[in-house]
Design a protein around this ligand. Structure first.
Ligand code: ADP
Ligand code: MG
Length: 234
């Protein structure tokens, strides 16, 4: 089992008031799954994703990622795991504006200590696949919102992570580029990457073979489809 979580809780404090964003989530995700997380705004989807991605720590509960007890790891060990195993496509992109697109996409491979020529080749290849190879030497500020999002996706996919998390990854894209991006996720998933995507879009969720719904900090439904039905109608 790649992800095993028991009784995950997360509270936020605003002054003296405690707000429980997650109220006890149990979740198991097997290696190779493609999972969509749906639910109304404020139901705790992003909070759960941050915990699963080791970007934040739960207030209570236990979390095992790839066999490691996450709550026992210190911050350095956590960031090490994030760099080695996890790719993120979040709404806040954090592209580095002083670097061109190619350098931005290469960055995770620098952290992963991949040799420079291999880095270049893989980065250019993924930029080609998101349709931005001709803009490799542009800065993020010179691109449209949709293009920036595609760069962020390329950067997350270039490492072929064990596990990929996305929070509304196609949110800024028109439907056609969005479809192309979903095909990239499907490809990556077929090569073994486990994918967990938060989305409000049933079209996006239709690419996943499993969907959980959240409400008020709980998982309220969890449904799997047979593999053969996972590919959406074109
Ligand atoms: P979703 O992604 O499903 O829209 P979130 O996980 O972002 O929901 O948030 C769940 C709830 O927790 C929301 O009511 C939100 O206002 C609250 N929340 C999220 N982050 C914080 C924070 N840093 N401080 C206080 N409240 C927060
Ligand atoms: Mg959210």
């Amino acid at each position: 089992m790649l992800i095993e979580a028991w009784g995950l809780r997360k509270s936020y404090w605003t002054g003296p008031t405690e707000f429980s964003a997650l109220r006890g989530v149990d979740l198991e995700v097997e290696q190779g799954e493609f999972l969509a997380i749906m639910g109304p705004s404020g139901s705790g989807k992003s909070t759960l994703l941050h915990l699963l991605g080791c970007l934040d720590r739960p207030s209570a509960g236990r979390y095992r990622l790839d066999g490691l007890a996450v709550e026992e790891l210190d911050d350095t060990e956590l960031s090490c795991i994030r760099n080695q195993k996890i790719g993120f496509v979040f709404q806040a992109f954090n592209l580095i504006s002083q670097h061109d697109i190619l350098e931005n996409v290469e960055l995770p491979l620098v952290y992963a200590e991949v040799a420079r020529p291999v880095r270049r080749e893989r980065s250019l290849d993924i930029l080609r696949r998101v349709g931005l190879e001709r803009k490799a030497n542009r800065r993020p500020t010179e691109l449209s919102g949709g293009e920036v999002q595609r760069v962020a996706i390329a950067r997350a996919l270039v490492v072929e992570p064990l596990l990929l998390f996305g929070d509304e990854p196609t949110g800024n894209l028109d439907s056609q580029p969005g479809e192309g991006i979903m095909k990239l996720f499907v490809d990556l998933n077929r090569r073994g990457t486990t994918i967990v995507l938060v989305t409000h879009d049933p079209e996006v969720a239709s690419y996943a073979q499993r969907t959980i719904h959240m409400r008020d900090g709980y998982v309220v439904s969890d449904s799997k489809r047979p593999l053969a039905a996972a590919a959406p109608v074109a």
